[in-house]
Design a protein. Structure first.
Length: 171
């Protein structure tokens, strides 16, 4: 399993969740920077399900119609939706209808038509059980003609040392 490790000295978006820390300090987290996130998104197509699940933020791959192709474990926990129930469903109508607005769906559609998309924005998921304020990054992959949705929850995500898995702090 590959670990995403970013030097703490690199600049980052304040709302980006931290990646998995270096092995020398399993409970400390370093910030993710924009360049690192871009590199990660560009390589996401080649990641195995286990590698996607090991990332410390939500990752969703959508086809051009908005159907979910991949849905990682972190997003599954944050959204309280099992991966098996999400994959194959329409993201904008069946899973998160609150995203079918210009700010989210409009950008998605425009990016698919242009076959070019790399944008970040703040968004509020108005789920009844667990509303969430997040930073969303949409990235169009020309290789797979799909869109990656990277979701950074505004709560801290920390590594549980005993399990080596991302876990939400304070939940």
């Amino acid at each position: 399993m590959r670990r995403v490790v970013v030097p703490a000295s690199m600049p980052h978006f304040p709302s980006d969740p931290p990646p998995v820390p270096p092995a020398s300090d399993p409970s400390a987290l370093a910030p993710v920077n924009t360049q690192r996130a871009s590199a990660l998104l560009e390589s996401a197509d080649a990641m195995t399900p286990d590698e996607l699940d090991a990332l410390p933020y939500g990752m969703i791959q959508l086809d051009a119609s908005g159907r979910i192709l991949k849905y990682n474990a972190v997003e599954s926990r944050l959204a309280s939706l099992p991966q098996a129930q999400a994959v194959g469903k329409q993201f904008f109508t069946e899973i998160a209808p609150c995203t079918k607005v210009q700010q989210f769906y409009g950008r998605f559609k425009d990016g698919v038509v242009r076959e070019s998309l790399d944008t970040s924005f703040q968004f509020h998921f108005a789920f009844k059980q667990a509303p969430r304020d997040v930073t969303v990054r949409l990235f169009y992959s020309r290789r797979t003609r799909s869109v990656w949705v990277m979701i950074s929850d505004h709560q801290s995500i920390r590594v549980t040392p005993a399990l080596g898995q991302p876990a939400l702090a304070g939940r």
